[in-house]
Design a protein around this ligand. Structure first.
Ligand code: ADP
Ligand code: ASP
Ligand code: MG
Length: 414
């Protein structure tokens, strides 16, 4: 069972969580619980790091931001004990949850689950802070924002859990963020692949890595709400959204929909290098060093060379990486040989996702038309087999999502 930030926000919320955990244990389950920091806490800690040093060392950043989950893990164990349950916390370094040493966005390697399994089998509820692990160099790591989902799936895989229930503040996965579009529809099922695309393009209901890990390890994942009555049906009745394989979905005989969901991501920033030499190796000179610095690049456009044998290169990085990317590219200005660097953090990426795209042409064309009809300008485009993404002005995010939700016939009946 995993509980997110709003579910853990304060003593009263934690008591509700403890009650949900207790009811599932009493129903005969052995439970491990993964918790997030209280809502807003990680943002607060990130801000302290930025204030202390804008070009912060990610390893020290991890020491600071991992602390939020330590607090809620201890508090949940205490609350469970107050209810008469046996419970104890297991911090990331105590299990340990091994990760690589990509601080601030570490990947989980292996988890030593022996202690955990023994404690669970003895009727003790294991409470594990999400988001944190231990690097090969014996330092605390964190898994990237929203990483507690990934901790939960990794723990579920390690103890071979029947299911990984991700409790949050909405009662499932919707066709788009229900907080932005009131007409969003709840999905009973969504495939791993679609969920992976949706998460990677901004549906932050699940962290992307948690979905790829679940897919790889075959973990059964349900997304459901922790904001429920004390006598609400147990999670075994599947009140939320189940993530299923393609084969499982076919067996369910669902009405097939061209587009499954729409997502928006305001966390990217656009970088343009003007007048880059149009010759072999020029682009490698830009993206090689970014990759070496662990900076992920998403959308890339290289314009047609102008007559002088020069070309503008535009790409996006996460806003969190923008300062580092700028510093790195400034330092290599001569080596790369560009004229100016322009940056714009006020952009949003809007994506439509659906496996139906494989067998249907025209999804992208419909998207461009619907946006054009509302005067929304497209700054960059990228596609995959089951996704089309466009980059637009951040101010037009909500409008674009609503327009597309209606255009693809996803609006719930009033
Ligand atoms: P937690 O703190 O529990 O991890 P998050 O804030 O990370 O919660 O994720 C839950 C939020 O994800 C919801 O409040 C909702 O606003 C947002 N969200 C975005 N896209 C979707 C979607 N397609 N379906 C459901 N929720 C979504
Ligand atoms: N507390 C971390 C964050 O806010 C991890 C998580 O909640 O999943 O990103
Ligand atoms: Mg989350």
């Amino acid at each position: 069972m995993k509980f997110g930030g709003t579910s853990m926000a304060g003593t009263e919320r934690i008591r509700r969580v403890a009650n949900i955990v207790r009811r599932h244990q009493e129903a005969g389950h052995e439970v491990a619980v993964v918790v997030s920091a209280m809502a807003g806490e990680t943002d607060r800690l990130v801000n302290f790091c930025r204030e202390a040093n804008p070009l912060y060392d990610p390893a020290e950043y991890d020491v600071v931001v991992a602390s939020g989950e330590q607090v809620t893990a201890g508090l949940l164990a205490l609350t469970l004990q107050a209810m008469g349950c046996k419970a104890r916390s297991w911090l990331g370094w105590q299990l340990p949850i091994h990760t690589d040493d990509a601080y601030a966005k570490a990947r989980i390697g292996t988890i030593d689950a022996d202690n955990l399994a023994a404690s669970m089998a003895a009727g003790e509820i294991a409470v594990i802070p999400g988001f944190q692990g231990l690097s090969e160099a014996n330092r605390i790591t964190t898994l990237g924002r929203g990483g507690s989902d990934t901790s939960a799936v990794a723990v579920a895989a390690a103890v071979k859990a029947d299911r990984c229930d991700i409790y949050t503040d909405v009662d499932g996965v919707y066709t788009t963020d229900p907080r932005i579009v009131a007409k969003a529809k709840k999905l009973k099922y969504v495939t791993y692949e679609e969920m992976l695309e949706l998460a990677s393009v901004g549906s932050k209901v699940l962290q992307t890595r948690s979905v790829s890990l679940a897919m790889k390890e075959g973990v059964r994942v349900q997304v459901l709400s922790s904001f429920i009555d004390d006598d609400a049906p147990l999670a075994d009745t599947i009140p939320g959204t189940m993530i299923v394989s393609d084969e499982e979905l076919e067996g369910l005989d669902m009405e097939s929909q061209l587009i499954t969901g729409i997502a928006a991501d305001k966390n990217e920033a656009k970088v343009t290098l003007t007048r880059v030499a149009d010759r072999p190796g020029a682009v490698a000179a830009i993206f090689g060093p970014l990759a070496d610095a662990n900076i992920n690049v998403d959308m890339i456009i290289q314009n047609i060379a102008k007559d002088k044998g020069e070309t503008d290169v535009t790409f996006t990085v996460t806003q969190a990486d923008l300062v580092r990317a700028q510093a790195l590219l400034e330092g290599r200005k001569d080596a790369i040989g560009y004229y100016r660097m322009l940056t714009d953090p006020k952009v949003a990426k809007i994506s439509v996702v659906g496996v139906g795209m494989r067998s249907h042409a025209g999804v992208a064309a419909d998207m461009f038309k619907a946006l054009a009809d509302r005067g929304i300008n497209i700054q960059a485009i990228s596609t995959s087999e089951i996704k089309v993404s466009v980059l637009i002005d951040a101010d037009e995010t909500e409008l674009a999502v609503r327009v597309l939700h209606t255009a693809y016939g996803l609006d719930a009946a009033a």
